[in-house]
Design a protein around this ligand. Structure first.
Ligand code: AMP
Ligand code: ZN
Length: 112
């Protein structure tokens, strides 16, 4: 499959790894929008948040658990944002489910 994030999971495209286990991979975003900006992705290909169902939702809970662990490990005590862009209007550019974890500055709300 021609999927950028599947290639990163396979090790065919390099990344700066922050966390990995058998279900998920977390790595630094190549174009950071905040002082701390990583992507947390399931290793299995899921297109977007719109494809989450009873069969594959376990990994989403795991991603939130790992985000909380990373926040502790990286001393993000001032907070962070965990967000997934879905589809065209959501601003999704890579069609493999990913959660942006942003921190290190005050983040605007609502987003543009
Ligand atoms: P989205 O626009 O929400 O689909 O997010 C895709 C994210 O992937 C963007 O923030 C990009 O900067 C990031 N990105 C694209 N290619 C790479 C790469 N090779 N390594 C790390 N992050 C990437
Ligand atoms: Zn993929």
């Amino acid at each position: 499959m021609d999927c950028l994030f599947c290639k990163i999971v396979a090790g065919d495209i390099p990344c700066t790894k922050v966390y990995e286990d058998d279900m998920v991979l977390a790595f630094k975003d190549i174009d950071p929008k905040a002082p701390f900006h990583i992507l947390i992705i399931p290793k299995n290909h899921i297109k977007s948040a719109a494809e989450i169902n009873g069969e594959n939702s376990e990994v989403v809970a795991h991603i939130f658990e790992i985000a909380a662990k990373i926040a502790k490990d990286e001393n993000l005590e001032k907070g962070f944002r965990l967000v997934t862009n879905c589809g065209e209007d959501g601003g999704q550019t890579v069609s493999h489910l990913h959660f942006h974890m942003l921190a290190g500055r005050s983040l605007a709300w609502p987003p543009g």
